[in-house]
Ligand binder design. Structure first.
Ligand code: AMP
Length: 495
């Protein structure tokens, strides 16, 4: 299970922009752990450094020292379109000369396939299997003279989700799609400069002050004149902010649409205590970290003590090392250790953010019961997830979603809980405190803010390359890529 990407941009002529970008990406690590990259320009040369893995694994002091300039963009990737490999890492660079553009994208373009066909027919070449490269080429293919007009052209033609940070030779742009599916905010750097980020927590870590959260369809331009906001394309009537940002993706210390994510999560726990009270329970455990605030919400409302009954290994990341046979059954034990002496013979309310495939929950319940818990009453911060996401959340296809196959009682039985309660949609929306017209709740209702057709396959664009020799499949998974784009020589014209 995975989250979507994190993007960041900075315009700050007197600052070490790559270093700021590093720390902002570090703060946005939770949005993607597969690859990370920074592109930087001094107005003449454009350099980009990308690598597989966590931000702290990808960048060294030396790599950052090489990335000099007054403007930079950065990206953390979790793949929702295109597979996990170095050539798909971002930022991407497309075009040349005055049409050169660096792009960092969070989201999923649902009409990427058709747009790619069109661009291929026009002679554009593709080097990755991502929808982000389609989007980037669409922008530079626009029959327009200014960057703003090109962006508007692309916004008219793109369908789906995109929060973008873009960099030309002299200007930084932020763009939020007309649904407002993913968050994007603007900040002021202490001293001199402006930044754009997926989440406000990235601003906090670099001492930037939140100025504004972009509205759906909005563009922000940042250059030597400061920042300038403009509407790129009219927002869709039915908004499409992903409600899962509040449930799971975003960090609790981020503010989205004026609402602190921590408070929204705590209110979800309060809602669960009201909708599914458990008067005889001895303790409430919120599954760390995503359900910790909701656990407290449940505890405060019900008067039952909150307990950190599961201790999380803070350094769990991705590991390619296979567990030994005896560990395999409970892979969740790599992540959590129960406080056994405290759990003995206790009736526990266990609060978690969501059940997707239904792999994690039964394991956590088993761990608690093995540790001696007498009863486990499962409480989930959202309604059953029955439908896939078409906008970039890797939520599995429909048949893999446990709630699309089983009733709540069947799920309770399957996960081994003594009772199971899912927060109602109306209470979830009330917890977030933003009108329901602003949200996409398609994963619960099957009703999406825009028409969606076939199940989008993550690797659709990958298939476009199946017979092509454009991709090098032998790349080392842990490779770093360092590219430098200098002023083009006269003979290197064309696309
Ligand atoms: P599962 O085992 O598929 O039911 O995973 C559910 C758990 O994964 C939840 O308790 C969340 O903590 C986490 N999760 C929920 N949604 C996502 C998502 N889209 N991507 C990654 N992890 C998720």
């Amino acid at each position: 299970m995975h989250e979507s990407c994190g993007v960041f941009g900075i315009y700050a002529p007197d600052e070490e922009v790559a270093r700021y970008t590093f720390f902002a990406l570090f703060a946005l690590q939770h949005r993607g752990q597969e690859s990370s990259g920074i592109a930087v320009t001094d107005g003449q040369n454009l350099k980009v450094f990308t690598g597989m893995g966590l931000v702290s694994q990808v960048f060294t002091e030396e790599a950052l020292k090489n990335l000099t300039g007054h403007m930079a963009i950065g990206h953390n990737r979790y793949s929702t379109s295109g597979s996990s490999r170095i050539s798909n890492a971002q930022p991407l660079i497309v075009g040349q000369d005055d049409l050169q553009l660096a792009v960092a994208h969070n989201g999923n373009i649902s009409n990427a396939h058709a747009l790619k066909e069109e661009l291929l027919a026009k002679g554009y070449k593709f080097h990755t299997s991502t929808d982000s490269e389609v989007l980037a080429n669409l922008i530079i293919s626009a029959p327009e003279k200014t960057w703003e007009a090109r962006l508007r052209y692309a916004m008219r033609r793109l369908e789906g989700a995109y929060s973008l940070v873009l960099m030309t030779k002299d200007t930084l742009y932020g763009v939020r799609d007309t649904l407002g599916n993913r968050p994007l905010c603007l900040g002021h750097l202490q001293g001199n400069g402006y930044v754009i980020a997926s989440e406000t927590c990235a601003l906090d870590h670099i001492n930037a002050e939140l100025i504004y959260e972009l509205d759906p369809g909005e563009i922000v331009r940042i250059d030597h004149n400061g920042y300038h906001l403009m509407q790129g394309e009219a927002p869709k009537e039915q908004g499409g902010l992903c409600i899962f940002e509040y449930i799971y993706f975003a960090r609790p210390d981020s503010i989205i649409n004026g609402r602190l994510v921590y408070s929204a999560r705590q209110a979800m726990g309060t809602g669960l205590a009201e909708e599914f009270p458990t008067p005889n329970a001895d303790m409430v455990i919120g599954v760390p970290d995503s359900a910790t605030p909701a656990g407290y919400g449940y505890a405060y409302k019900s008067g039952i003590s909150p307990v950190d009954g599961l201790i999380k290994n803070r350094y769990v990341g991705r590991t390619f090392i296979q567990p030994v046979q005896g560990m395999r059954e409970d892979s969740v034990k790599l992540k959590f250790n129960p406080l056994t002496p405290i759990l003995k013979n206790k009736s526990v309310v266990l609060v978690d953010d969501s059940i997707v495939r239904g792999t994690t929950t039964p394991q956590i319940i088993r761990v608690l019961k093995k540790a001696g818990a007498k009863e486990v009453h499962m409480r989930i911060c959202c309604p059953p997830i029955k439908y896939p996401c078409y906008f970039g959340v890797d939520m599995a296809s429909r048949h893999e979603l446990i709630a699309s196959q089983k009733s709540v009682e069947e799920i309770r039985n399957y996960i081994g809980a003594d009772s199971l309660g899912y927060l109602s949609l109306s209470r979830l929306i009330k917890s977030v405190g933003i009108p329901k017209e602003r949200f996409c709740t398609g994963c619960f209702t099957g009703e999406y803010p825009i028409p969606v057709q076939l199940e989008m396959e993550k690797l659709t664009l990958e298939n476009d390359f199946a017979d092509s020799d454009q991709l090098d499949f032998s790349e080392d998974l842990l490779a770093n890529q360092y590219k430098s784009f200098c002023e083009p020589s006269p003979e290197s014209a064309g696309i």
